[in-house]
Write a protein of this length. Structure first.
Length: 209
C-alpha cells in the first residue's frame, strides 16, 4: 500500500514476538519497546537528506556526511507513546520532544484531546508521531490533524503494530503522512483492540490495569 512501510527486519520481528507474549513482564516489555523503537527509527530516517562536510581525523582530513535539512521532533501520543521516545532519542539525541494527549471515548471510540505541549520551533522540524498501537486510527488521525492545524507539514507516523482499519482511516484522513509499522495484524475486535495484537500497550508499559 502506498505510504505504508512494514519494517520486517529479523531483529525487530524477534523482539516484537517477545513483546506480544502475555508472559513478558513490564520491565522487559518496556526495554523491548525501547529497542524496537530505536531499530525502527533507523529505517524511518533512511531517506533523510545529508550534506557533505570535511573533518580532521587523527591522521588526515576526511570527507563525510551529516544529516541536513530540517531538525527532528518526536511527538508521542500519551500515554503509550512515551514508551517509544527513549529508544528514538538514543539514535537521535538532538531531537526535541512534544506531547499530545488523546484518549478514546469508551462508548463511541471517538478521540478526545486533553493535553498538548509542542516545541516552539515546530514548523522547522520533521515530526515523528509515535504510538505503539494503531488500532482504530482515531487518535493518530486526531493528533496529525492537530499538528497540521499548527502549520506542520512534514509528519511521519510510527507504530509497532497496526490494524488494517487504523491504517485505512489514517490514510483516508491524511494521505500525505507515511506510516511505519513492524506488523499489520488481522483486525479489530468489538472493543477496538487489535487482534492478535499485544493487549493494552499503556497498561503493559506501566504495570496498570
Amino acid at each position: 500500500m502506498d505510504g505504508v512501510h512494514v519494517i520486517n527486519h529479523p531483529l525487530i520481528q524477534h523482539k516484537l514476538t517477545i513483546i506480544r507474549d502475555v508472559n513478558t513482564g513490564a520491565k522487559e516489555f518496556r526495554e523491548l519497546v525501547e529497542e524496537v523503537s530505536m531499530l525502527m527509527a533507523y529505517e524511518v530516517t533512511r531517506n533523510f537528506p545529508v550534506t557533505e562536510i570535511e573533518v580532521e581525523t587523527p591522521i588526515a582530513k576526511a570527507s563525510g556526511q551529516m544529516v541536513s535539512g530540517k531538525k527532528i521532533a518526536i511527538i508521542p501520543v500519551l500515554r503509550a507513546g512515551l514508551g517509544m521516545v527513549s529508544g528514538i532519542l538514543r539514535l537521535i539525541p538532538t531531537a526535541k520532544v512534544g506531547h499530545i494527549g488523546v484518549y478514546r471515548d469508551p462508548e463511541t471510540l471517538n478521540p478526545i484531546e486533553y493535553y498538548c505541549k509542542l516545541p516552539f520551533d515546530l514548523l522547522e522540524r520533521e515530526l515523528i508521531i509515535v504510538d505503539p498501537m494503531l488500532a482504530t486510527g482515531g487518535s493518530a488521525a486526531a493528533a496529525i490533524q492537530f499538528l497540521k492545524q499548527k502549520g506542520a507539514t512534514q509528519i511521519r507516523m510510527v507504530s509497532l503494530i497496526a490494524a488494517p482499519e487504523g491504517i485505512k482511516h489514517v490514510r483516508e484522513k491524511h494521505p500525505n503522512v507515511d506510516i511505519y509499522v513492524a506488523a499489520i495484524d488481522d483486525r479489530l475486535n468489538s472493543h477496538g483492540y487489535i487482534v492478535p495484537g499485544l493487549g493494552d500497550a499503556g497498561d503493559r508499559l506501566f504495570g496498570t490495569k
